[in-house]
Design a protein around this ligand. Structure first.
Ligand SMILES: [Zn+2]
Length: 374
């Protein structure tokens, strides 16, 4: 989900990325200006694109801050030319949460963005009227690089209206999905919303050349934004639905607390593992990483695994989900989870092997789903 976008900084502690389609915007504005007037002012066109970027960022800030209030943790936001896609740390649909609350929260969360733009439009209009320098608010074309202040008002109004279109993941589409989710499960509701959204995007793209090219631009953005959301959703569904037993390593090396660090390093060299469970008889007594062994050897010379291993660690059961394993790994800042059954070690899950299997599983899920939809 990181492809097609570049990092541009942080806002309220959230990573902000710019989707590559944003660079189409100044080119698009320049081109439409040039074909309308046979001349165009590059710096004004760039400024108009900048205004739109700031308005989209303000819109997304509204969503992000509202999401925090609802107890969700935004992780990254990707800005597109007329909307943004916010990715969250936790699954948006926490298990066990009544659907009735979920959909109301979704609708409120969706409405915040357009409301921010509406407020900004009113503010800008008030400032312009207050200045009384004869900027005509109602003169067409509303969005024009030649009149940046008037464009500020109208860009916000357009953003508010466009984002209310029922094209997921625009806010109107989110509201629509929330309504679908009252009777369908979340992933089925999202898929229905995405197919409606793709249809709308196609109509806009093809209608553009016959009416206004901005429609084609909107269609392209809706299409890309829907793809981004869908990928995040596949990722999340893998996290929620795959059990640890499906990805755990059952053929793995262990160390004994009585091993010397040099012996342990010798074993580690001959294994692909970066992390090892430490086992005495049939008891799990600790975990240790290749790096920890190396560091201890460098700092204090040879010693015993017993002395440097990590004795505090989380274990998981085979039926637990990948998302629970990720939570445990990040909470303890560890890179291995032993899988235990009847107090017996039956497998391990390491960060390394989770990352690897995640990518494979996401691909195979998408393939399976594409097949069932055909
Ligand atoms: Zn929005």
């Amino acid at each position: 989900m990181r492809s097609w976008s570049i990092p541009v900084g942080r806002l309220f502690g959230v990573d902000v990325r710019l989707h590559l389609t944003f660079f189409l915007l100044p080119i698009f504005i320049y081109w439409t200006e040039y074909s309308a007037h046979k001349s165009a002012n590059g710096s004004h066109d760039l400024a108009l694109a900048g205004i739109i970027l700031v308005c989209v960022a303000a819109h997304e800030c509204g969503h992000m801050l509202a999401a925090r209030r609802f107890g969700m943790a935004p992780k990254a936001v990707i800005l597109l030319p007329l909307t943004g896609v916010t990715l969250y740390e936790e699954p948006r649909a926490e298990k066990g949460q009544p659907a009735a609350q979920m959909w109301k929260r979704e609708i409120r969360l969706a409405l915040v963005g357009p409301l921010v733009n509406l407020a900004l439009a009113c503010l800008a209009a008030a400032v312009i009227t207050g200045m009384g320098r004869g900027i005509e608010l109602w003169k067409t074309p509303f969005l024009q690089p030649g009149s940046l202040l008037r464009s500020l008002v109208w860009a916000n109004l357009y953003l508010a209206i466009l984002n209310l279109m029922p094209a997921y993941p625009l806010d109107g589409g989110r509201i629509q999905r929330a309504i679908f989710a009252r009777t369908l499960d979340l992933s089925a509701a999202t898929r229905r919303a995405v197919s409606i959204s793709n249809a709308i995007a196609m109509v806009l793209i093809f209608a553009g050349p016959f009416s206004d090219l901005w429609l084609s631009m909107v269609g392209v953005v809706v299409f890309f934004a829907a793809q981004l959301e869908e990928r995040a959703l596949v990722f999340q569904s893998v996290l929620d639905n795959v059990r640890l037993e499906e990805v755990m390593l059952t053929d793995f090396a262990t160390l004994s607390p009585a091993d010397t660090l040099e012996d342990a390093l010798e074993k580690a060299v001959h294994s692909l593992q970066d992390d090892f469970p430490v086992v005495r008889g049939s008891d799990m007594v600790g975990v240790i990483s290749k790096q920890r062994i190396l560091d201890a050897l460098r700092a204090e010379g040879n010693g015993y695994v017993q002395a440097v291993m990590n004795k505090i660690f989380e274990v998981s059961a085979r039926q637990e989900s990948l998302s629970s394993a990720f939570r445990k790994l990040t909470a303890r800042n560890s890179s291995i989870i032993p899988i235990v059954e009847d107090q017996r070690l039956i497998g391990i899950v390491t960060l390394q092997n989770l990352m690897h299997s995640m990518a494979l599983l996401a691909e195979s899920r998408k393939l399976q789903r594409d097949e069932t939809e055909q």
